[in-house]
Design a binder for this molecule. Structure first.
Ligand code: UD1
Length: 343
């Protein structure tokens, strides 16, 4: 019998790509999302890709009783992938209380229920943001944390700490996956990043500008101490990232994990600047982007990219897509999105 996995934040960007990967790899996925920044309509596309319609629950994880109902209905949930969270760095600086409450209360609720309902595997959506404003890259999992640069980053640091403290007192095994910068879309062009709110991450801002949904875009600072003055990040294709979640579950279910909690970096292992990303987009698509240089964005770190050797060695994971694939698939998605979602 296929193992049942509850995916929180399933109708969001990484969540929906992970549903596809889980189903394709033989897991039975259950979707849960409060749809505050996504729509369950994405499950139609997931069905079109995989042939399977996931059961879905429109539930806010901060509501303990509603979330408990989902566990009661499904029984036998063997694994959780916990994506659901607010995730905009800049926004979190202006709304810290909302970020702390949402990201931490939801985590506490899902952990309590995982314990009560004997979940075996818990995969947490963490972020390279936990490293803070590091002075050198690549960073590996042992790189000491600096003060997180934003309340969003604080919630991810606290989330990992909570998991580190709680999990050893339970029968659950947990994996914290530290994503670098997820971007791109499924190559079939049916799913991609499609938030209800205006996207704030670089790649969707680029594609929305190129298609004319935005008049122009701003590069947040060109006076950093980097090779061209703009910030450096490690952009990782969302399908590569999605697959890592399936491998993390496999790792726990096949009893390869000895420690209660493991941590893995997921990036491509190389840093690109904002201006390099813009140039790659222009080169790959032939579009010319209307951008201007603006001030720095509060909460941004200067430069960070990953060492992902541990994920390669332990999980057998390595990225299959490069930055050009990221730009190509993001652009295909942006063009399709206009047609599919009629926006
Ligand atoms: C941050 C986290 C990342 C997390 C993501 C979730 C860090 C180092 N990284 O990504 O782990 O997954 O939030 O949202 O904390 N930019 C522009 N113009 C724009 C938009 C972005 O110049 O209109 C620049 C930003 O200043 C940044 C880069 O593009 O230098 C990437 O920004 P973004 O895509 O928002 O991701 P991060 O903030 O790096």
């Amino acid at each position: 019998m296929n193992k049942k996995i509850l995916v929180t934040g399933a109708t969001g960007y990484i969540g929906s790509h992970t549903l596809v990967d889980l189903i394709e790899q033989g897991y039975e996925a259950v979707s849960l999302d409060n749809e505050s920044n996504s729509s369950k309509d994405v499950l139609d596309a997931v069905k079109e890709i995989t042939g399977y319609r996931c059961p879905h629950h429109t539930v806010d994880l901060c509501d303990y009783n509603d979330t408990r109902e989902v566990f009661l209905q499904h029984g036998e949930i063997k694994g959780i992938i916990h994506f659901a969270a607010l995730k905009a760095v800049g926004e979190s600086v202006g709304q810290p209380l909302r970020y702390y409450e949402n990201n931490l209360v939801s985590l506490l609720n899902i952990l309590k229920l995982s314990q009560e309902f004997n979940v075996e595997a818990f995969v947490f959506s963490s972020s390279c943001t936990v490293y803070g404003d590091v002075s050198t890259s690549p960073v590996d999992e042992n790189t000491p944390w600096q003060e997180a640069a934003s309340p969003y980053g604080q919630t991810k640091q606290m989330g990992e700490k909570i998991i580190e403290n709680v999990i050893p007192t339970t029968n659950i095994k947990a994996i914290n996956l530290r994503y670098f910068n997820p971007a791109g879309a499924h190559p079939c062009g049916l799913i991609g990043e499609s938030p209800r709110n205006a996207p704030q991450n670089l790649v969707p801002v680029i594609t929305e500008t190129a298609i004319g949904k935005r008049k122009d875009m701003t590069v947040f600072g060109d006076d950093y101490s980097t090779r061209d003055g703009s910030c450096i990040r490690d952009y990782i294709h969302v399908c590569d990232l999605a697959h890592a979640h399936t491998l993390a579950l496999d790792y726990i279910f096949s009893k390869k994990q000895n420690k209660p909690v493991e941590v893995f970096n997921l990036g491509i292992g190389d840093g690109l600047s904002v201006l390099e990303i813009i140039r790659t987009f222009e080169e790959v698509t032939g579009e010319s982007l209307n951008y201007r240089i603006g001030p720095r964005r509060p909460g941004d770190v200067v430069a960070i990219f990953s060492n992902y050797e541990k994920a390669k060695k332990e999980l057998g994971w390595s990225p299959q897509y490069n930055v050009k694939d990221i730009m190509k698939t993001a652009w295909i998605w942006e063009k399709n999105r206009q047609k599919l979602l009629n926006i």
